[in-house]
Design a protein around this ligand. Structure first.
Ligand code: ASP
Length: 592
């Protein structure tokens, strides 16, 4: 593979029994040295794997001494002959052979690394982030970066075959709204002015459609200054796409095709056609706009049940009186949950961000007896009739809550997932990929009460709902869609507004004055005067998708040099202070 190079003829992951007898040269890092007196072994590592080097004291004492003097992570070159091993290691591809070393060169020495460079490392997260270049030497991490590159390659492959052109858009721009805060870059030439880093290339790609580029994509960094979570980083990568002369159906089909192509090429999985779930149904049935459908367990509404309606059980009576929701889920097979397990579920829904008062339980014991926490208020047959809404069988546990609708749906959505996790229903190699469609166009800001956009202000309203734009804007659906993979939102997109008049109307609905509109989006609205074609598109969150395929818990695990939860790059120690001269040049005064 590397025969023409000076350092190596092969990498450390490729030699096997078929190479026995060959003279080879390998280069890499010393992973471990094992010294057994007469015999010394070095495991040599590169990103392709490990190969055992063997040194025989009797045959080559001097070489053996040199090998023993090496430390971990020394960079060496070894030449020798491939031989069959006496004690084989079936766990690695090179495990049947070793190299009988005849020539050894020290290419560089190394200080002892601050943590062990192996998958099962002793280094904590912060330490590994600080020495990320050492962390990446660990196979689990380097493999993830390789996986990432392969996935991106298959995405490009698919799009390149379909007339998409990859076009770069600038990073120093004017604010593009995606609902987060901008990162700002001060301008030296125009003191007091700032560029914004793109939250997405949204406006640029729309202008590329006005420009007639027809089909665009870009693997692109986006920047959003928001609080961090496992699935967020201040800078992250999207596969950003846009198409002209398309309906929502065209976009969904194109990107469903891309997704299937990536699953097939990388995982060899044939995905079935994606289910399409309306946003309203996703919330109603699963309490989430990104439901994980590797298992079902739907929310069942009980307000229409005659026993509950007429009940004098205070929780139900109150809920019915106050137009709240009584609903529940069937935790299949969980009737055997202990008191402690159930108490934990109760605490789970009582957590301040869920804010419920408790859970009503109906247990369908294996012996056929139905036990509930509302036995005082309902007779056995009434309880059984309530349970019938859930198709309950022996062994099931029904969990019912009552509160304001939004709280109930959210809490039951979370509870369903929690039980799914506890029961092992979220299998890591099962894939649930679906579309969520018909998002609302606007929502009410809970704090200010203002009408705000759900996705961004360029999403086209659903044609059937344009008539509600003035009379009942919150009723308007958007031609907007998300793709959800195993409970992670991995794509968002929409058909865009392409008529100036409608775009103006939407800005107006969002409470934007003429002046503000002109200042922020004047260039865009202006472009729409010159014949904008109907267009639409989407963006995949590449980091999330790779994290899913890699079974990583957080997206930082699939990013070469990520930030920590506080937004810091621990390796470079960024963000950092700048010197006074730099600030002066920028005309920035800081009072701390
Ligand atoms: N710009 C959008 C986003 O970043 C995606 C899109 O609508 O194409 O979420």
């Amino acid at each position: 593979m590397y025969s023409s190079t000076h350092f190596r003829t092969h990498n450390c992951g490729e030699l096997n029994i078929s190479n026995v007898g060959q003279s080879v040269s390998l280069a890499g890092w010393v992973a471990t040295i094992r010294d057994f007196g007469g015999l010394t072994f070095i495991d040599l590592r590169d990103r392709y794997g490990l190969t055992q080097l063997s040194f025989n004291m009797e045959a080559r004492a001097a070489l053996c001494e040199i090998a023993r003097s090496f430390g971990r992570e020394y960079v060496i070159q070894a030449k020798g002959t491939v031989v069959e091993r006496s004690s084989k290691n079936p766990k690695i591809p090179t495990g049947e052979i070793e190299i009988l070393v005849e020539e050894l060169t020290l290419l560089n020495h190394a200080e002892t690394p601050p943590f062990t460079i192996e998958d099962n490392t002793d280094g904590g997260e912060e330490l590994r982030m600080k020495y990320r270049y050492l962390d990446i030497r660990r196979p689990s991490l380097s493999q993830r970066l390789v996986l990432r590159a392969k996935m991106i390659k298959t995405m490009r492959e698919y799009l390149d075959q379909r007339d998409f052109t990859e076009i770069e858009t600038p990073n120093l721009i004017k604010s593009t709204p995606e609902g987060a805060r901008d990162f700002l870059v001060p301008s030296r030439m125009q003191k007091g002015s700032f560029y914004a880093l793109p939250q997405s290339p949204q406006i640029m790609k729309q202008l590329l459609m006005v420009a007639g580029m027809d089909r665009y994509y870009q693997v692109v960094k986006c920047y959003r200054d928001e609080d961090f979570r496992g699935d967020r980083q201040p800078e992250f990568t999207q596969l950003d796409c846009e198409m002209s002369y398309v309906s929502q159906e065209d976009v969904l089909n194109t990107f469903e095709g891309l997704t299937k192509h990536v699953y097939k090429s990388i995982l060899h999985v044939d995905l079935p056609d994606f289910k399409r779930l309306k946003y309203a149904d996703a919330i109603k049935l699963y309490g989430s706009d990104k439901p994980d459908l590797r298992f079902d367990c739907q929310i069942v509404d009980l307000n229409d049940d005659p026993h509950i309606k007429a009940s004098n059980f205070p929780v139900f009576a109150n809920a019915i009186l106050n137009n709240q929701l009584v609903a529940g889920i069937n935790a299949k097979g969980c009737a055997g949950y202990s008191r402690k397990q159930i108490d934990e579920l109760v605490d789970f829904v009582k957590a301040p961000h869920r804010g419920l008062g408790g859970i009503i339980q109906i247990k369908y014991n294996e012996d056929g007896i139905i036990k509930s926490t509302i036995d005082k208020f309902f007779d056995e047959s009434q309880v059984a009739q309530i349970g019938a809404h859930f198709n309950a069988e022996k062994g099931d546990l029904i969990l019912i809550v009552a509160e304001k609708e939004a709280k109930v749906r959210k809490a039951l959505g979370d509870l369903r997932l929690e039980i799914g996790k506890q029961q092992g229903w979220l299998k890591k190699d099962d894939w649930s990929v679906l579309w969520i469609v018909d998002f609302p166009l606007f929502e009410k800001d809970e704090e200010t009460g203002e009408t705000i956009f759900v996705h961004h202000p360029f999403c086209a309203p659903h044609p059937e709902d344009i008539s509600y734009l003035d009379s009942d804007p919150l009723r308007c659906r958007a031609q907007q869609y998300d793709m959800v993979m195993n409970g992670w939102e991995c794509l968002s997109g929409s058909i865009r507004i392409h008529q100036k008049e409608l775009q103006d109307r939407i800005f107006q609905k969002l409470g934007m004055s003429e002046e503000e509109k002109e200042k922020r989006f004047g260039f865009m609205v202006n472009a729409f005067r010159y014949g904008a074609p109907p267009h639409g598109g989407c963006a995949f969150g590449i980091d999330r998708w790779v994290a899913l395929f890699a079974h990583a818990e957080a997206i930082r695990d699939v990013i070469a040099f990520p930030k920590n939860n506080g937004g810091r790059d621990l390796m470079m120690d960024a963000p950092g202070e700048v010197d006074a001269k730099q600030l002066k040049d920028l005309g920035i005064k800081i009072d701390l």
